[in-house]
Design a protein around this ligand. Sequence first.
Ligand SMILES: Nc1ncnc2c1ncn2[C@@H]1O[C@H](COP(=O)(O)OS(=O)(=O)O)[C@@H](OP(=O)(O)O)[C@H]1O
Ligand SMILES: [Mg+2]
Ligand SMILES: [Mg+2]
Ligand SMILES: [Mg+2]
Length: 347
Amino acid sequence: MASAKEAVRLASRLCQEVQRQLSAEERVDKKDDSPVTVADYGAQVVVAWSLQRADPSTRLSMVAEEDSAELRTLAGRPMLERITALVNSVVSTAAPGEVLSPEQVLDIIDLGASQGGPSGRHWVLDPIDGTRGFVGMRQYSVCLGMLQDGEVVLGVLGCPNLPQGPVGDDDGATGSAQRLSGDADVGCLFFSERGQGAWVEPLWNSSGALPHQVRVAEVTEGAEARFMESVESRHSSHSINAALARELGVVRPPLRMDSQVKYGLLSRGCGTIFLRFPPATYKEKIWDHAAGFVIVEEAGGRVTDAAGVRLDFSKGRFLALDRGIIAAPPALHEKLVAAAAKVAPKV
Ligand SMILES: Nc1ncnc2c1ncn2[C@@H]1O[C@H](COP(=O)(O)OS(=O)(=O)O)[C@@H](OP(=O)(O)O)[C@H]1O
Ligand SMILES: [Mg+2]
Ligand SMILES: [Mg+2]
Ligand SMILES: [Mg+2]
């Protein structure tokens, strides 16, 4: 856990640095999203490097989102150089004097090519979840999980732009620009080890603030609930979510947030329900859910598909699931699964 938290902190630092530059560059060219890709790759390298360094005797097995194919082409060379410089600026803070070459960077990225599966230990990494949020100066997260024999046994979620205090209805897609990391009360690190509860502490822990345990909201009625969903309806159908919410008598507007930040908010009872119904053709990846899954379960919540079946991370890089994902405290979860059978039946 200590290694995982350190790795996520280092990668979050890299992302924060790129997002700051992005806000300056944005005024020059809003459409240029290459810094994002730089940060996605860079964060993946930093996490893998940091974990491998913490345990040099074992070759890391990691299921991660990015691969090096593009960067190995001639056209990818300038970007590779940028990533290498960025990574080294972070590596030098953790290991003074150590410098990675572009070739080493490529090889470290490819440590993420593991297939995972039902046996052994595999790290699961989404270096930046919510890339659109990252570019849009909204929410994003660095998401690291660990599988042991097909079960998620550890999860760490770095949320650089997430306020440590309550999040209001307008702090989602629209209202977050003023709350970027840099403020002392912005930036959260959620973490959980199976059987040990779920915890949160400041991401930039210079104050030495102690972690505190989190629990999902003790809400049993839809009327008291607030649900969360993706910013983009093409990622998760807003209309199915709205129909489900209506069934439960939810009256508050949805909180639209990018990335696994939603699982973090659920675990600390700030949001009550997380719904995700992607297009039928979309295959969910394990790195988009592993860390959030264990954190929410350890906070007392349930995370299942639309049929109420617990997510299964043992099948490789993808999740096989029925229709969508429903995450909520147990009493509400049961009602949501029943509602899903009615308003979003299996076709
Ligand atoms: N077509 C489609 N359908 C469903 N889901 C998709 C789709 N495309 C992408 N993704 C995945 O969504 C991840 C971003 O999380 P969110 O959906 O919460 O983000 S957002 O609010 O919509 O911006 C995003 O994660 P990152 O790629 O890590 O940003 C994707 O894994
Ligand atoms: Mg993702
Ligand atoms: Mg990603
Ligand atoms: Mg992506």
